[in-house]
Write a protein that binds this ligand. Structure first.
Ligand SMILES: [Zn+2]
Length: 93
């Protein structure tokens, strides 16, 4: 069983403390996708380019949330990464 306050990254399947993960929420009952807060089904992602990149490639957030996650959500997350990190990985949304 996962440790307290640890969540599974939808991309790499590693667990980390929820403070170190991004939370993507499919709100209830409107089924809007939003970040960080809200009530509903949620998916977690490591705050790093590699996990974001892999998640976007296979659209893992959509699968985890069982609804279409718009590209803007991935873009929003990418914008939270620092640019140095993006350059290093040649990450493009
Ligand atoms: Zn991860």
């Amino acid at each position: 069983m996962a440790e307290k306050n640890h969540r599974l990254c939808v991309s790499c399947r590693q667990t980390a403390h929820r403070d170190r993960l991004w939370r993507v929420v499919r709100t209830y009952p409107h089924r809007q996708i939003q970040l960080d807060t809200g009530m509903g089904r949620s998916a977690y992602l490591c705050q790093q380019a590699s996990c974001l990149q892999a998640a976007k490639k296979k659209d893992k957030l959509s699968r985890a949330l069982r609804t279409k996650v718009p590209p803007e959500v991935y873009q929003q997350l990418a914008s939270r990464l620092d640019t140095h990190c993006l350059d290093k990985l040649d990450y493009k949304v």
